[in-house]
Ligand binder design. Structure first.
Ligand SMILES: [Zn+2]
Length: 511
């Protein structure tokens, strides 16, 4: 690793590991043994809303015919049901069955039991069960704010002093110092990637776009009560950091801040990595999206963000094919960036790019996924002039993607196409986002059920019998691996927010 030719900045304070995200979801995850004492009757350990479809999964070598539900406050059996859809799973080498209890709607705490299998974990039926979890998922970004002091009054056990406040040096010119403090931690190291930041920001803004009614101004962050939904205040904190990552002379966006140990191993030095195509387009997409929703609250700052986004876009276009971009495939970010800038500003340049790009029917053979999928959603949701032929083609491709996912879910032993090793939470979250976005555009009851199956899966109805969020349930992902928690990962926490905001909101699209 090259060493700086200048004196290294003073040692930085390490973030409190209690508060920092521990990983990015792209990290490989090992395979695990199912904890020995875990139940063979799987429920959502947080519980079910009275009107929600309610199912439990049963698995074992031999299965009984019936199950019983006990209300814990009275100790009485209040429900008896039949195990259905029994089948042998080669994947899990056991029999798996479903038990439905949709018509149990009385609020309370319950436990399911069955001969041969024992008991399920306790679970609730009630309204607004997900509110506290949602609030905590949102506040996790606040807990992970870098470069500012979090008081115990607001952050409780997650309070920490301002961290990573030293200057950073440019990788390509180590005599140049830069202030790139702020933003959210992405893992325990203090390093931050611009495209990853943009992606989380976009996922958070998508929650606000699709389910604005879920978001309030009273979650107990420093900006609460300022008349702006707290989620947009939180998004602004990251946006302000991203603005520092833009080279004012070119509009290019630095790819990352990398924190490295000095040879003495007692202090660290932060490097600002060279501008890149992905970083610039990702920045353009995220900041124009932020600008679009923030203009109702602070027009001046929203305009500044939109101008910065446009400069980053132009940098990307201008530098295509240049030495640093050479041989790289076209950035996946370019299409979503163009769609966002076009929606926010009616940019002629982006309109012309979109028309050229969509004329090829780019998703004809392979339906869109991930970033291109987001680009489709934005194009379909813009009030700017769009080509209806392209809209039709995009809709058809997006529905094909949703059909693929729904096909996989129909055939999955636990309602969700997971593998026994449970190493694909990232893919499952991606599926959930796709299904939810398509469902919002076309409204399909079967999709509602599939989307909720994903939520229940993460909250305990999975073959590992663990809950993948903090502070909920009996058996935690912590027994498997700390990095598997949805709130513990920079990227997946944003998707958890999206998943929960759907439950908490009955509203339509914002903007
Ligand atoms: Zn920090």
């Amino acid at each position: 690793m090259p060493q700086p030719s200048v004196e290294a900045p003073p040692p930085d304070t390490e973030p409190d590991t209690q508060t920092a995200f521990v990983s990015m979801e792209s990290e490989p995850v090992l395979s695990y043994e199912v904890p020995k004492s875990s139940p063979h009757i799987l429920v959502d350990e947080l519980g079910y809303e009275p009107g929600q479809e309610k199912k439990a999964y049963f698995f074992g070598g031999e299965l009984p015919e019936r199950f019983f539900i006990t209300e814990l406050s009275t100790g009485k059996n209040v429900y008896e049901g039949k195990l259905e859809s029994v089948r042998y799973s080669d994947l899990y080498q056991c029999n798996i069955a479903v038990g439905e209890f949709h018509d149990l709607t009385k609020e309370g705490t319950y436990r399911i039991s069955a001969d041969l299998l024992g008991n399920s974990c306790d679970f609730a039926i009630g309204t607004d069960l997900y509110r506290e979890l949602f609030r905590e998922a949102c506040r996790t970004y606040y807990y992970n704010r870098c470069g500012m002091t979090l008081t115990s009054e607001l952050a409780g056990a997650n309070a920490h002093n301002a961290c990573h406040t030293g200057k950073a040096v440019l990788r390509r010119d180590m005599t140049a110092e830069l202030d790139v403090t702020g933003g959210w931690h992405q893992d325990g190291s203090g390093s931050k990637d611009s495209a990853a930041a943009a992606k989380s920001l976009i996922n958070i803004l998508l929650s606000y776009e699709v389910f604005p009614g879920a978001f309030t101004d009273d979650t107990g962050i420093p900006e609460s009560g300022n008349g702006i939904p707290d989620i947009l205040d939180e998004a602004r904190y990251e946006t302000e950091w991203l603005l520092k990552m833009q080279d004012p002379s070119t509009g290019g966006v630095y790819s990352a801040v990398t924190v490295a140990e000095n040879p003495d191993r007692k202090s660290t030095v932060s490097y600002v990595e060279d501008p890149g195509e992905d970083a610039s387009y990702a920045f353009a997409a995220a900041l124009s999206k932020f600008s679009f929703f923030y203009q109702d609250f602070d027009r001046e700052f929203a305009t500044l963000c939109l101008k910065a986004a446009d400069r980053a876009w132009k940098y990307g276009v201008l530098n295509a094919g240049s030495a640093s971009f050479e041989n790289a495939p076209a950035s996946e970010w370019k299409f979503p960036a163009a769609a966002e800038i076009y929606r926010a500003s009616a940019s002629k340049e982006c309109e012309s790019f979109l028309n050229g790009y969509l004329a090829e029917d780019p998703f004809k053979s392979e339906p869109p996924d991930g970033l291109p999928f987001y680009g489709c959603v934005t194009y379909l949701n813009t009030k700017q002039k769009v080509n209806t032929k392209y809209c039709g083609e995009l809709m058809r491709s997006m529905m094909l993607r949703a059909e693929k996912i729904s096909e996989g879910s129909r055939n999955a032993p636990f309602g969700v196409p997971a593998t026994p090793e449970q190493n694909n939470n990232a893919e499952l979250l991606n599926n959930m986002m796709t299904m939810t976005l398509v469902d919002h555009i076309i409204t399909n009851h079967e999709y509602d059920t599939i989307i909720e199956d994903y939520l229940h899966y993460f909250l305990g109805r999975n073959p590992m019998s663990v809950v993948y969020v903090d502070h909920v349930g009996t058996f935690s992902y912590m027994d498997l691996n700390e990095s598997l928690g949805l709130m513990k990962q920079f990227d997946s926490d944003a998707k958890l927010i999206f998943m929960l905001s759907r439950i908490l909101s009955k509203d339509g699209f914002a903007g």
